[in-house]
Design a protein around this ligand. Structure first.
Ligand code: ADP
Ligand code: ZN
Length: 722
């Protein structure tokens, strides 16, 4: 029998493809997940290519034998091509991209059940401080020993001790348990004429099973979800899989509810909050093709769906689709590429398409489908500016008199109001009035944000926390510390002062940190148990509260500072989005923007509703500057705990910048976050013409420079924050 050879991508980002011999008795076709020896270790990998060994190679004993094939569905060809494309385009190691497809190596273990543990309600015979802490933190959670130990921040041994003592009980969890099948005919809506036209185009496209990107461009409340659900129904009828990408886990819960109402059961959810057993069950169901509809955060994009017939990217303009660590990719763009490799339609649904997406429509690559009006009787809200310079709030307050009046009126009518400020915590900066000391994170170039609800200062970049200080650590002065600027907690304090009778909820990732919390918030809103919501961007999307009629944007200028390329566009999108929460039922909605620049073009566009004019002007400005989508940027970030080493490497790179007309390199300069998690960061910014194969140029360039192991060089193609 002839022997064969397999070229394998092993799960080690530092290594390229490796060749192995496939011993007799092992079936290792391309896509197979295998166990490969590497030095003394065993690594998982995926067979990328396989061929017969030529006769003279059969005796070649330099090739090591593969150790085995994992009993799991193979990585499909279309996904392998996507992984190659992603690694190539974003200049990332193949193994790093592949890791996202395998997602959880535990999913590959053979067992059909696992044992999870949860509190039994019996106290352990002997209570220790650690056991007490563990039981308190575990609460009503359930999970593997390792997971509970992590949750409780204790060692595995403490958890095992609690199991032995009877305080935790074991539960067999069936990870092969099948998912229910969504019923496309469960509760179809009666679509309006225009919705129906759009839905039938999407249905046809699903039936045609060809690559076709769509921009589903409809104002908030126009029924985009209802309409793309019709495409999902078509895919289910055809027995094909659908992937719906959402920008945030927080949106999963309302989505699951809506999906359930339409299709009679929940889809498979995929996000970072899953327990290992849930992850394993979901991965298996997805990879086998059993899971017909998957909803997830961007990490769901690389899973091995064998039979994908439709991809939907909801709120497609959201910047959280851009992954900022590990492989720096944009899930919206990769979703379109996945559609291309899978030969299926891709629907980008949004009320405020990104300029890049609109440009694709102009080029004729994406088909635009429009839903120009809200469904039913609901009208778009009115939007007005409050000039903070002309009508400032009282000293030390943030809500200006016209907004106070508007909230008064809203509460009198028994309706709900939302105050939006995209800043968590109480105050973004604490300083000492006596000596001027400012509390900065020791690991990052960032101020420590006060979180008064938990009496801590926290860094929003690395998570570093300290107890709220009572005295200045610099000069020792007590009662000299002042909180500067507002976060949502501070606005909530002001609300309590102004409307002591009103029932208030703060909605941020600090208060809504689980699907259950989100469900609880929705329940209280719907039951009319909340009058005023104070929230960050977490409340701007997905929710539908008919009795919410007023939105106050506390600081409309917040996103404009900093001069970022997309600052105006992002402000426009965010304010349109939060405005979209007002007046979704039969009562009219009103939006107030507190701003110091009511004449700025973005404010004027929002007030007049002239989105087209705004986009046209922004697009022209981008064209003039050869900025995306007309030109291309790539950031090269050099970082190290050793500042001099990072600096040296950045300079070395700058010395060998390729001399190419179509490209210009700026820097090195300190990166926007000059220090992050203890690493000093320098950045070179590449600006290139569209036609240039910038990836190729950068790859060559980086290959010509060497740097010490303690320095990390990361390329961010199409970067967002600069
Ligand atoms: P979008 O996703 O564009 O914001 P949604 O799909 O959330 O819009 O629709 C807004 C609201 O209108 C939702 O409560 C939805 O259930 C309702 N709606 C939209 N279209 C219909 C329809 N054809 N029949 C019944 N309700 C609809
Ligand atoms: Zn930090």
């Amino acid at each position: 029998m002839p022997s064969s050879r397999a070229r394998v991508i092993v799960m080690n980002s530092a290594l390229g493809p490796l060749d192995y011999r496939v011993p007799h008795g092992i079936e290792a076709a391309p896509g197979s997940i295998v166990v490969a020896p590497l030095g003394p270790r065993q690594l998982l990998g995926v067979v990328w290519e396989a061929d017969r060994l030529a006769t003279e190679e059969v005796g070649d004993n330099r090739l090591r034998n593969l150790l085995g094939v994992v009993d799991a569905p193979p990585i499909p060809e279309s996904l392998r091509r996507l992984i190659e494309w992603t690694a190539d385009y974003y200049l990332a190691p193949l193994a790093s991209v592949l890791r996202m497809a395998l997602a959880s190596t535990s999913a590959l273990e053979g067992a059909r059940t696992v044992t999870e543990y949860r509190a039994s309600g019996t106290a352990p015979g002997r209570m220790t401080p650690q056991r007490e802490q563990a039981l308190e933190r575990i609460g009503d959670r359930q999970g593997l020993i390792r997971e509970l130990a992590t949750t409780a921040d204790v060692s595995d041994a403490v958890i095992r001790g609690l199991v032995k003592a009877g305080a935790l009980e074991g539960i067999e969890v069936d990870i092969d348990h099948p998912y229910p099948r969504p019923d496309p005919n469960h509760a179809p809506p009666e679509l309006s004429d225009i919705q129906s036209d759009v839905a039938s185009i999407l249905r046809q496209s699903v039936g045609a099973a060809q690559f076709q990107p769509f921009l589903l461009d409809g104002v908030t409340g126009s029924g985009k979800t209802e309409v793309y659900f019709e495409a999902v129904a078509a895919a289910i009828r055809a027995g094909r899989q659908t992937l719906v990408l959402l920008p945030e886990i927080a949106l999963t819960e309302p989505f699951l509810k809506r999906f359930h109402a339409r299709f009679g059961c929940e889809p498979v959810a995929w996000h970072s909050g899953l327990r290992q057993s849930q992850r394993r069950r979901a991965w298996r169901a997805i990879a086998s093709g059993e899971a017909l509809v998957t909803v997830g955060a961007r990490s769901a994009l690389f899973l091995p769906y064998p039979n994908l017939g439709l991809i939907v990217v909801d709120e497609a303009h959201e910047t959280s689709f851009k992954q900022e660590d590990g492989v720096h990719y944009h899930a919206r763009d990769v979703a379109v590429m996945r559609g291309k490799f899978e030969e299926c339609p891709v629907v980008l649904a949004t009320a405020t398409p990104a300029i890049e997406t609109r440009h694709q429509v102009e080029l004729g690559r994406y088909e635009e489908l429009k839903l120009p009006a809200r469904f039913g009787e609901a009208q778009m809200p009115s939007i007005a500016a409050i000039d903070l310079l002309a009508q400032p709030p009282e000293r030390g307050r943030w809500i200006a008199p016209p907004l106070v009046t508007a909230i008064d009126a809203t509460l009198e009518r028994g309706e709900q109001a939302l105050l939006f400020l995209n800043r968590r915590g109480y105050a973004p900066l604490t300083l000492c009035r006596h000596c001027g000391h400012r509390f900065q994170c020791p690991n990052c170039t960032a101020w420590m944000v006060e979180h008064r609800l938990i009496s801590r200062l926290a860094c929003h970049h690395c998570g570093h926390m300290i107890p709220s200080p009572r005295a200045c650590p610099e000069c020792g002065e007590e009662e000299s510390l002042v909180a500067c600027g507002p976060g949502v907690e501070r606005i909530a304090d002001e609300v309590a002062l102004l409307w002591p009778q009103a029932r208030t909820a703060i909605v941020t990732s600090d208060t809504i940190w689980s699907p259950a919390k989100a469900a609880e918030f929705v329940g209280r809103m719907e039951a009319g148990e909340i009058d005023i919501v104070v929230g960050t961007q977490l409340v701007t999307k997905g929710y539908h509260f008919p009795n919410l009629t007023l939105v106050g944007v506390v600081d409309a200028d917040l996103g404009l500072a900093g001069g970022d390329l997309r600052a105006a566009e992002r402000t426009f999108q965010q304010i349109m989005q939060v405005s979209g929460r007002a007046g979704r039922g039969d009562k009219p909605g009103h939006v107030y923007l507190q701003t110091t620049a009511p004449d700025a073009s973005v404010m004027q566009a929002l007030i007049s509703g002239d989105a087209e004019g705004f986009y046209a002007a922004e697009t022209e400005a981008r064209r003039d500057a050869a900025a995306p989508p007309f030109g291309r940027y790539a950031a090269i970030v050099v970082s190290s705990e050793d500042k001099a080493a990072a600096d040296d490497t950045a300079r070395a790179l700058a010395r060998c910048v390729p001399d190419i007309d179509a490209m210009h390199v700026y820097g090195p300069a300190p990166a926007p976050l000059a220090m992050l998690r203890g690493r000093h960061r320098f950045r070179l910014l590449v600006h290139a013409r569209r036609a240039l194969d910038v990836q190729d140029v950068i790859r060559d360039w980086l290959n010509r420079v060497e740097w010490p192991a303690r320095v990390r060089v990361i390329v961010d193609v199409d970067p967002y924050n600069f």
